[in-house]
Ligand binder design. Structure first.
Ligand SMILES: *Cc1c(COP(=O)(O)O)cnc(C)c1O
Length: 371
């Protein structure tokens, strides 16, 4: 029997890069600089060049990247940060951890990205930053968000690009679209390592210096602790793995784009029972997820599971329906985020997904009848 279809096929990716990964890891084991070894700076130069930002600071995870970016901005208790409730918890969690207040703005129902028309009504004298999320791999309307931020006394804009590294927005790459950007190298993200890792991007020299210091306990020089920081480094072995994976990254992006086009072509016949997330003109997705909406989402997931097709829900609840964030606003606010939580379903997607498997998913979707 053929191997079961993977939701994200990391085994096939590893098989394709096995030699490069082994060589890269062996070099680290030989030189022995497991923390802040030469691969760390090498990766930072490569990633900055890849997206066009002046600086890349690798850190321990995508979550840590958001924390360090907010600390570099000197976020103070009571400061407000505008973001969306339809995201992974880390986005809002790091704001709360620093004593800040996430102020939620609902999403556009068709893209699941922050609805920029709703942002200005949420800006207050305490607003410090706007933190849009490139959910599923497509960037939010960053030009519009930067314009809003500029109109309101230069609010900071931080892109949560954990899912969108590699995406294009009007010809520019995600992570080079705003004052600061954060990405994740969690294994299943568009560019993953084999553990935890992440990076902050900025073209602002002072913010880059602040991020570098915060990453190593606020040290401006060894044992010179000029500010409060964290132990937030990405280790050398993980940087070596990302360097090996970069050799195939552009191919993987193009391949996911081609697979997405095949999915979208097949899905066009299935509306309104199954509808893909919309793409905006001028933007490409890194296709972290291939996500559809269905009014019968749970029955659809069960129907696919019965045919050994794995799916996932990103995310079942908006953050204001999670106990830890429920006191931030009324439960009935942000109706589009609530509806998306009930309807979204992510289908198998990775550069190594076989066309035959993709077509099997489309066939299964076509034979889904409303229970
Ligand atoms: C994955 C993710 C994060 C956190 O990244 P980690 O590396 O897992 O800490 C933050 N925001 C979004 C939108 C994510 O998808």
């Amino acid at each position: 029997m053929a191997e079961a279809m993977a939701f994200v096929d990391l085994k096939a990716q590893y098989a394709a890069l096995k030699v490069q990964i082994a060589e890269r890891m062996q070099r680290v084991l030989d030189h022995g600089q497991y923390i802040m070894g030469p691969e760390v700076a090498e990766l930072e130069v490569r990633l900055a060049a890849n997206c066009g930002a002046r600086h890349c600071i690798t850190v321990a995870s995508g979550t840590e990247a958001i924390l360090i970016a907010l600390m570099a901005l000197s976020l103070k208790p009571g400061d407000e940060v505008i973001t969306t409730p339809f995201t992974f918890a880390a986005t809002a969690e790091m704001i709360v951890l620093l004593g800040g207040v996430p102020v939620f703005v609902d999403i556009e129902p068709d893209t699941c990205l922050i609805d920029t028309r709703l942002i200005e009504s949420k800006i207050s004298p305490r607003t410090r930053a706007i933190l849009p999320v490139g959910l599923y791999g497509q960037c939010a309307d960053m030009d519009e968000i930067n314009a809003i931020a500029a109109r309101h006394g230069g609010l900071a804009v931080i892109e949560d690009a954990a899912q969108s590294f590699g995406a294009l927005y009007n010809g520019r790459r995600s992570c080079n679209l705003s004052l600061l950007a954060c990405t994740s190298f969690f294994p299943s993200k568009p560019l993953g390592c084999y553990g935890d890792g992440g990076a902050v991007f900025t073209s602002d020299d002072a913010l880059a210096r602040a991020c570098r210091e915060i990453r190593v306990h606020g040290q401006s020089a060894r044992y010179s602790h000029t500010r409060i920081g964290v132990g937030g480094r990405m280790d050398t072995l993980q940087c070596a793995i990302v360097l090996a994976k970069l050799e195939r990254f552009e191919w993987e992006l193009a391949r996911r784009e081609a697979l997405a086009a095949r999915y979208l072509n097949g899905l066009a016949q299935l509306a309104p029972r199954v509808v893909p997330i919309s793409m905006r003109p001028g933007r490409t997705s890194a296709w972290a997820q291939m996500t559809v909406r269905s009014p019968q989402r749970d029955a659809l997931a069960a129907h696919l599971r019965a045919q050994d097709i794995p799916t996932a829900v990103h995310y079942p609840l908006p953050l204001h329906h999670q106990p830890a964030y429920a006191d931030l606003c009324a439960a009935d606010e942000h109706p589009h985020s609530i509806a998306a939580g009930r309807e979204v379903l992510s289908l198998p997607m990775s550069a190594d997904l076989a066309e035959a498997d993709l077509d099997r998913v489309l066939d299964a979707l076509a034979f889904f009848s409303v229970p």
